[in-house]
Design a protein around this ligand. Structure first.
Ligand code: ZN
Length: 328
């Protein structure tokens, strides 16, 4: 799973804050406990001194075992006294223990050199929040995609019933999302503006994210602007978008064809598409362009990569946004 670097950085910051908060609260509870029973400090120093004395066992030879055992007994007795002191002060035995959000990794994100599930979950949640801010995933789910907004009439160009076609497209997208993996095919969503291409690609994005895959979603216009800014040094402080485009588990390029096309953007688009095909990473492109327009705009080799490798989904109907706006 390759999430954006910003997501990992934010996750690390949150983990650090959780750990520091737990440790600060522990310190506060400790000072409360000392105020109630000052003898606690003496006992704690005693316990610490037994720990420090263990080092003396080195070089003792045969006597080392006995020495360490005596220290352990003394240490255990002091710990029992400490527990009694807390109890007598009306405090629980674990009152002085830090309370971590995740007791497994103690809010470090790793345990025994392995990533803790709490960290994986946090990263997934942050990735979802980031996409939610950009595109409102909650408004674009399969549940609120209404096929009744599509006319129960034939599409003259495709020669199919529009509502049936969109029912099939919806059903395909649902299965695609449910079975999504790095082996999933790439998709090209074709059709005019406002037919639900963005809606269904975001519905897929939401499910892929929920299942732990990293998703990068953006319009072709924004992607190209960011690449240009990075390439021409206008945005040298931002993180590299190129790496995210090439490595995210699922890349969704919305509205291809509406951006300003230059030699630079043509080359970049080919590089993104070709590199992801070579890495076997799925991509979803939505476009208002026809196959011929793709060829004309982006060169024949780019169009043939897309049309040769991507599974086509034809959207039809009327502009759903206009229909929804008119609804009472
Ligand atoms: Zn954890």
């Amino acid at each position: 799973m390759a999430y954006k670097k910003s997501v990992y950085i934010r996750a690390k910051e949150i983990m650090n804050k959780r750990r520091l908060d737990a440790e600060r609260q522990q310190e506060m509870r400790h000072s409360q406990a000392v105020m109630r029973c000052p003898e606690l400090l003496t006992l704690e120093r005693e316990i610490a001194s037994y720990g420090a004395e263990v080092i003396k066992a080195v070089g003792m030879g045969a006597d080392a075992g006995d020495f360490v055992r005596r220290l352990s007994v003394k240490s255990l007795e002091a710990q029992k006294k400490k527990a009694e002191l807390l109890k007598n002060a009306g405090l629980s035995e674990d009152f002085l223990e830090p309370v971590y959000s995740c007791p497994v990794c103690k809010d470090t994100g790793t345990r025994a050199e392995r990533i803790c599930p709490c960290y994986t979950e946090l990263v997934r949640q942050l990735a979802r929040e980031e996409l939610e801010e950009k595109a409102s995933l909650s408004r674009h789910s399969f549940l609120n995609f209404n096929v009744n907004n599509y006319p129960d009439a034939e599409d003259k160009v495709l020669g199919v019933n529009q509502r049936e076609q969109m029912t099939n497209v919806l059903s395909f997208c649902k299965s695609y999302a449910a079975d999504f993996s790095l082996k999933s095919p790439s998709l090209i969503m074709l059709g005019a503006t406002g037919l639900g291409k963005t809606h269904l690609s975001l519905a897929i994005a939401g499910e892929a994210l929920d299942r732990g895959y990293s998703v990068l979603y953006d319009s072709a216009h924004n992607i190209m602007n960011k690449l240009e800014a990075e390439h021409f040094g206008k945005d040298s402080f931002s993180e590299s978008i190129r790496e995210d485009l090439l490595k995210s588990d699922l890349l969704i390029i919305d509205d291809l064809g509406c951006e300003f096309v230059t030699q630079f953007t043509k080359a970049e688009l080919y590089n993104i598409i070709n590199s992801r095909i070579l890495s076997s990473l799925p991509t979803i492109i939505s476009t208002n362009c026809t196959a011929r327009e793709l060829e004309e705009k982006y060169t024949q080799r780019t169009a043939s990569r897309i049309l040769g490798y991507y599974y086509p989904l034809a959207f039809c109907g009327r502009d759903v946004r206009q229909i929804v706006k008119k609804a009472p």
